[in-house]
Each structure stands twice: as structure tokens, then as C-alpha cells.
Design a protein around this ligand. Structure first.
Ligand SMILES: [Zn+2]
Length: 441
């Protein structure tokens, strides 16, 4: 009978003041303060000589080159291949520009160089700490968010409040104790955009997930040395924290509620019956919606250029308008040479820990996809994460397209050039379910 080995590590990844924050357009300067530190946290696991690591980061997302850089370093120093390295971002909207979104903040290459080395180093530290461990899994009810797709009486879809809309009112917890019962790590997941602090905030903060991790750590410290508390963001593409654009007190409140619920999930967790790690990854090419005609695209460029001129003349801030002009120019390129835009790479990763399946998706995925994958998964315990191993933009349900709204008609202009097509939902959920079925044997 084989046993688990586990190790955990936590490092700060707080950038210096002055770096550009990302997540909101129109921020007028770089970071002017630090409210709370940002962290990278690692849970390394080993079973039967097979090693894997789950890494959570207090960042909005990761560009593909950063993912590659971290993967290469971890493969070299820890013998963990990309397939068994899960990188999840909390999606805090008050962190540094670690993902390139048009007009939403320039990357700081000096910081990102240190970031990738720090994260890879943390994985190494967690691997160096591997020791015999016991794993448990549990869930508890909690709700810190609200479905944000609100349809007005006029038919317009806005970023608002839709209390009847779907969400996942649960927190999932994977609890890892040493063989002697000392708490090592608790990885917990819930789905809600960390946007308690909004665009007017220029202080670095992990938002409510940072508070939740701190609260969980404090509660569990009662059992001995406090564990590493890792927050993994779920599929919150259409779920916002409730409230949005409030203050640090609201973030504290939400984080405390989530942290306490995570403690309940951890304390009531049942031991895993199986020991073993399995992983599989599929990189999809999601089809794009067809580009506009060359005439339409050229007219859009002219219109954006005109708008920029007007803003310059009025002395208004132009960063966002500059970005929209750039997007219009890229769209014109796509209209002229559609073959240069064959599809959006999208990563579906499955990591099975004992009998608990983690599905990690590289986008801002609507919660319905997570619920669908769970319902069709052969694993009774399936946790679906977004913002993992990079982030290519929103993935709405096919049903959401006719209603439009920010996630369908606007956000892709920050992320890239063309919007993915409605069939993306089915391609992603089918790929996830098929990988899960393969691993379930
Ligand atoms: Zn988002």
C-alpha cells in the first residue's frame, strides 16, 4: 500500500509601488500603496513516485510566455512536467499587470522576471518539504458572489445583479495533514470575481481571497502550526463578488465568510480512499466568430481614429481609446487575412488526486460550464477551476450570445482581436468530460 507525500510553501509576490495594476481600464497611475501582500502558494504531492504541484497566485492572470517560463523552470528543478503543474490565478483586480490586456496596464519586465523565478522557487521549496501525509476532501455551503448578467426591461444586458442567475454556492476543500496530524495545507476553491476593490483603488491587494486565506490559516492554527491556505479561483466568468467596487471592510467581510466556510469544509472533510496522481491535458483551438468585412473594419478604424483625435483635442485621457484603435486595426488585419486567425488556443487540464478530479481551464469561464462538467464527470468529486495555465478571455455559454453583454461583445477587445464562437462551450465541456472519462478508466 503506497502513501501520499505532501509539501507546501508560500512566498510573497508583492510588486514594488509604481507597477501598473490590471483588471480595470482607466487607472490613472501605477500602484500607490500596499494594503496586503500578494502570495504564490504551492501544494506539492507525490504518490507512487509520481509528482504534481498545484500553485495558486494572487494575480489577475498569466500571459502564455510567463506560463511557459514557470513550466520550464519547474520541469528542470522539480521534475514536474507541465501536465502535472497546475497554475491558478485568483483573478484579483488589484494586482500587477501579469497578463497583457489592451489599455489595462503595461507589464513590468523586471518584476515579472523575479515573479517567475520566485514561483518556480516556491515549487522547489514545497518539493523539498515532501513528507508522509493524509488527504481529505470536503465541501461546505457559502456564497460571496452573485450572477452579474442582469437583463434590463429594455432587453439590454448589463454588468449588474441577477439574483436568480446560476452560481455555485459551495466551497471545496482539499485538506492535507502530516502523518502525525499536523496541518500542512488546505486548498480551497470558490467562484466569484475578486472585484470588491474596483478601478478607483490603486493599492495592491489580494481582495477577498487574500482575507479568506488568512482567516482559514488563523482558524487552523488551533491544530498546531498554521497550514498554507491556497485559494483556487473557480469559473466565475459571470459571477461577481457581492458587493463590487466597495472598500477594504467589505473585502474583509466577504473573505471572513469564505475563510470560515472553508474551515468547515476542511473540518468535515472525509479521507481520500485512493492514493495516486493522474493527469492529462488537451489544447483546443476554439473557433472565432467570422471577422467583419474589410469595408466595415476599415470604417471602424476611421471611427476609432476620429474618437481618439477628439479626446486628444479635449485633453482627456487617451490610453483606452489608443487601445481601442489598436484593436480596430487588428480587426482590419483579421478581415484582410482571416487565415492568420485560425483559432484561440485553450488549455483543458485534468489532475486527479486520489478520487478527486481538478479540471483547470485557461479562461474566464461561465459557471454553467463548470456545473455541466461536474454533472457529466465520472468522478463524484470534481472541482472545476478557471484562470488556469494562462487566460485567453471569456467563455460564455452558447445561450448567452444572443443576449450579448460585456463578456460577449466587449471583453475580447482587451484580450485579443476576435471573439470565440458559441460552439466553444461544447468543445470545452466535451474535452473535459472525455479527459475525465479516460482517467477514470
Ligand atoms: Zn474577469
Amino acid at each position: 500500500m503506497s502513501n501520499w507525500l505532501a509539501g507546501a510553501a508560500e512566498v510573497t509576490i508583492t510588486p514594488p509601488l509604481g507597477v501598473r495594476l490590471t483588471g480595470f481600464a482607466g487607472r490613472t497611475s501605477g500602484a500607490t500603496g500596499i494594503h496586503d501582500d500578494l502570495h504564490a502558494r504551492v501544494l506539492a504531492l507525490e504518490a507512487d513516485g509520481t509528482r504534481a504541484a498545484l500553485v495558486t497566485l494572487d494575480l489577475l492572470g498569466l500571459d502564455a510566455d510567463l506560463v511557459e517560463c514557470i513550466r520550464a523552470r519547474v520541469a528542470e528543478t522539480c521534475a514536474i512536467p507541465a501536465e502535472r503543474l497546475l497554475l491558478n490565478c485568483s483573478h484579483t483586480h488589484s494586482g500587477p499587470a501579469s497578463i497583457s490586456l489592451r489599455g489595462l496596464g503595461e507589464r513590468d519586465s523586471a518584476y515579472l522576471d523575479v515573479l517567475t523565478r520566485t514561483v518556480a522557487g516556491a515549487v522547489r521549496i514545497a518539493c523539498d518539504r515532501l513528507e508522509p501525509a493524509a488527504l481529505r476532501f470536503g465541501t461546505a455551503p457559502v456564497r460571496v458572489g452573485i450572477n452579474r448578467r442582469e437583463k434590463l426591461a429594455t432587453g439590454q444586458m448589463i454588468l449588474g445583479r441577477n439574483p436568480e442567475g446560476p452560481l455555485d454556492p459551495r466551497v471545496y476543500a482539499l485538506r492535507v495533514d502530516s502523518a502525525a496530524g499536523r496541518p500542512l495545507a488546505i486548498l480551497f476553491s470558490h467562484a466569484a470575481h475578486p472585484v470588491v476593490l474596483a478601478g478607483d483603488n490603486l493599492w495592491i491587494t489580494a481582495d477577498y481571497p487574500g482575507v479568506a486565506a488568512a482567516v482559514l490559516r488563523q482558524i487552523e492554527a488551533g491544530r498546531g502550526a498554521p497550514p498554507v491556505a491556497l485559494f483556487a479561483q473557480g469559473c466565475c466568468g459571470n459571477i461577481n463578488s457581492d458587493p463590487v467596487g466597495a472598500d477594504f471592510e467589505a473585502a474583509r467581510r466577504l473573505g471572513t465568510v469564505l475563510g470560515a466556510a472553508a474551515a468547515i469544509a476542511a473540518e468535515t472533510a472525509a479521507p481520500l480512499e485512493e492514493v495516486g496522481l493522474q493527469a492529462a491535458t488537451r489544447v483546443l483551438s476554439l473557433p472565432f466568430l467570422p471577422p467583419p468585412s474589410v469595408e466595415e473594419a476599415a470604417a471602424a478604424v476611421a471611427a476609432q481614429r476620429e474618437r481618439l483625435k477628439q479626446q486628444q483635442a479635449a485633453g482627456a485621457p487617451t490610453a483606452l481609446q489608443q487601445a481601442m484603435l489598436e484593436w480596430a486595426e487588428d480587426t482590419l488585419r483579421a478581415a484582410r487575412e482571416p487565415e492568420r486567425f485560425p483559432g484561440q488556443p485553450f488549455t483543458v487540464q485534468v489532475l486527479v488526486v486520489g478520487e478527486v478530479a481538478f479540471v483547470a481551464l485557461s479562461g474566464e469561464v461561465f459557471i454553467e460550464l463548470a456545473l455541466d462538467i461536474q454533472a457529466r464527470s465520472p468522478f463524484a468529486r470534481t472541482v472545476v477551476l478557471g484562470y488556469s495555465n494562462g487566460c485567453s478571455g471569456y467563455v460564455p455559454t452558447a445561450d448567452a450570445y444572443p443576449d450579448g453583454g460585456y463578456e460577449v461583445t466587449d471583453a475580447y477587445r482587451y484580450y485579443g482581436t476576435l471573439m470565440i464562437a458559441p460552439e466553444s462551450e461544447r468543445l470545452i465541456t466535451n474535452a473535459a468530460v472525455s479527459l475525465l472519462a479516460d482517467l477514470a478508466g
